[in-house]
Design a protein around this ligand. Sequence first.
Ligand SMILES: CC(C)(COP(=O)(O)OP(=O)(O)OC[C@H]1O[C@@H](n2cnc3c(N)ncnc32)[C@H](O)[C@@H]1OP(=O)(O)O)[C@@H](O)C(=O)NCCC(=O)NCCS
Length: 404
Amino acid sequence: MSFDVRTVKDLDEFSSAVFAIGQYFGMTPTEERMQRFLDQITAERMHAAWSDSSIVGGAGAFKFDLSVPGGDLPTAGVSVVGVYPTHRRRGVLRSLMRAQLDDAQERGEPLAALWASEETIYGRFGYGPAAFAGEIKLAHEYTSFAQQFEPEGTIRFLGPDEARDALPPVYERVRQLWPGMFSRDDLWWENREIKDPEERREGAGPKRWVAYERDGSIDGYAVYRHKFGFDEGSSTGELRVIEALAATPTAERDLWAYLLAIDWKATVSAFLLPPDHALFFLVATPRRLRYRMGDGLWVRLVDVGAALSGRQYAVDGAVVFDVHDDFCPWNEGRWKLEGGSAARTDEDADIALSAQSLGSAYLGGVSFSSLARAGRADERKDGALMRADALFRWDRHPWCPEIF
Ligand SMILES: CC(C)(COP(=O)(O)OP(=O)(O)OC[C@H]1O[C@@H](n2cnc3c(N)ncnc32)[C@H](O)[C@@H]1OP(=O)(O)O)[C@@H](O)C(=O)NCCC(=O)NCCS
């Protein structure tokens, strides 16, 4: 069967292309919802695959800047990838990925990033798991802190209009600290963070926004919902933390102290927390967090040279990679990283690896040594893995606090 891939031209085509994945979510593609989404992705970033005259697949990309160690790079934020169940396993996804990565390269985006519904889908296209993230479910009885302290700031409720003003600057401050966070424009804030339609609540109440203030500065915020419940006189409720971000360690501690102390709940839940989150050392009984970790953000180096030159490194040093990249052959070959920038070289390789493995290591959350132990990187000179690990590591695990 033959099919063409091109970008959509109007709302109708956009809706059919999004429905390629939307149907698996059980989504009703209302015009209002599709228009809101089209405004964010834009028609020129939504590819559709046609078979005869029908759309049978779609793949979109948000235009993001992604925080990388010590920097920020234009990134294709890959989303809404799907193929109609009538046309699966015939190469539709492959054609969409081809068109999308060619497009990102032409636009000069050094990176593409995504959240994967299954770990088996994107490796073949050069995406590697670059961050890990997990969920917690902490029982009310175990919310005490390991060390006694007096909160140093105050917490204030915000209405949606105040949240729209107060949250973005804090998010931007946090993004400077953490690799792996994407930029949110005004439309994103409005559609994704402030709007709170009933269908997104999953049985819980509306969003509550709180700001954490200290010395006149808003240093953190939390967004959460109450899922109310009582059984035989005791609360079975859940406090669902949607996002709690803090620009300082004090703000992080005080914000979580506030969240964990809220009454009328049996559990506090949160998800997408990085494995080095401060909570593991803040609470007295971290095991009770019942942390369950999985893969978080997946990263693809669309342009190896620009991507390697676009982040900072923990130490001085040099390393030569021999990169294998079937899907984006323009990356294929040896690259020398030295003095913070990368260029093609004829020198012998220190490490040979796939573009996928380099994507995993890129944000500093996955070491070359662990990739090598899994047969995903090959050390060609003694000590090269440790040298590369020292260069790439960062002071924190990459964190993407939202699925896009
Ligand atoms: C996942 C999905 C997009 C794949 O689309 P598709 O058109 O069937 O994929 P293709 O035919 O282009 O497959 C390309 C290759 O990936 C493999 N592949 C595709 N989906 C896979 C999966 N879920 N698990 C393992 N391998 C998969 C194919 O076997 C094929 O391998 P090959 O190159 O060695 O022959 C489609 O099944 C789908 O829409 N699933 C539900 C929605 C979804 O999960 N979307 C992804 C959101 S992140």
